[in-house]
Design a protein around this ligand. Structure first.
Ligand SMILES: [Zn+2]
Length: 324
């Protein structure tokens, strides 16, 4: 979630970047975007990987699907490798550096930005991807997280409309509804995906920690469950390739505003981890240049806390509570 962190020690990498050169021409007219039409009625279903260029799990999942020669039984299937420019710079000795080239590709999806005068590597790619995204009825955006061992979660956007899709997948255990990001619109919050009156749905899956083997396994597993649920692939074929057990139950985590750093002095006063629960309201959580932050309610859940502030204004953690 946070920007590249050059002073964060690099963990051992269990995943290697797949060779995506064979997948450059997907027949769509846009590099690394594959469109496969069944010729039969049905939804347009899109899977996107590499919104962040160093999050390899999604690329491994789409590479796997393409090697399986996946074809839709109905409707259209779109497979997109998003930030190829960043991915092509991936260096295992500096894996955080290739998250993006100029800016975060997951903050540019507002029309005012896409159709505005600004230019960047990511904006050019977003403008090329936009027609496919705007034609998608259902979209799955595959990501991973920074914290070692972080349990996966589904980010369902700012409304409850995509919750039924997350429940239908049965995976992962935590489903999150949040308030978006002030820094810019995410893909899953674009247009009809965030409009309660529209049937279009989008999910962002944080498949686990960057470069841990389980993140790629989960990315393939969730992609198969997604395609099976939508009737795009043969159910028995999908079943035979599932690889992660379903959680006993899924829980909805509703997330409010985040805590932003006031200065680079921001620090948590306790060890923190993703989805850590702090039982009591009013517990001192962090200090920042004389300012103190307390938990606002009982059973406060920390969502993806950052270790240190790179700059003032950076969101250090978001706070939520389980609704069930
Ligand atoms: Zn990401």
């Amino acid at each position: 979630m946070s920007p590249s962190m050059p002073d964060t020690p690099t963990p051992p990498l269990a995943l290697s970047p797949p060779d995506l050169r064979p997948w450059r021409d997907g027949g769509s007219g846009v590099d690394h975007v594959h469109v496969r039409d069944s010729g039969r009625p049905g939804p347009t279903v899109m899977l996107q990987a590499l919104t962040h260029g160093n999050e390899l799990c999604g690329a491994i999942a789409l590479d796997w699907l393409l090697r399986q020669q996946v074809r839709p039984l109905r409707g259209r299937l779109v497979l997109a490798f998003a930030n190829m420019a960043a991915f092509e710079r991936f260096d295992p000795n500096s894996p955080y550096a290739s998250r993006c080239v100029d800016e975060d590709l997951n903050r540019v999806w507002d029309d005012a930005v896409l159709h505005g005068p600004r230019d960047s590597v990511e904006l050019r790619r977003a403008r090329a991807l936009r027609p496919f995204i705007d034609a998608a009825d259902v979209l799955l955006d595959l990501h991973s997280m920074q914290e070692a061992g972080a349990p996966p979660l589904a980010i369902c956007g700012m409304t409850d409309k995509s919750l039924p899709l997350a429940r239908a997948l049965g995976q992962p255990a935590t489903m999150l509804v949040d308030t978006g990001h002030a820094a810019g619109l995410r893909l899953i919050d674009r247009g009809g995906f965030a409009d309660s009156a529209s049937p279009r749905q989008a999910l962002l899956i944080e498949c686990g920690a960057h470069w841990e083997a389980i993140s790629a396994e989960l990315a393939i597993d969730v992609s198969l469950r997604f395609l099976r649920h939508l009737g795009v692939v043969d159910a028995d074929w999908a079943e035979s390739h599932l690889r992660c057990p379903l959680p006993e139950r899924q829980r909805l985590l509703r997330v409010g505003e985040g805590i932003a750093a006031r200065s680079q002095a921001f620090r948590f006063v306790m060890p923190t981890h993703h989805l850590m629960v702090i039982p009591r309201a009013g517990t001192l959580l962090a200090e920042d240049d004389g300012h103190r932050f307390f938990t606002p309610h009982d059973d406060c859940v920390l969502v993806m806390p950052s270790r240190r502030a790179g700059e003032a204004g950076q969101t250090m953690v978001r706070l939520g509570r389980y609704e069930d």
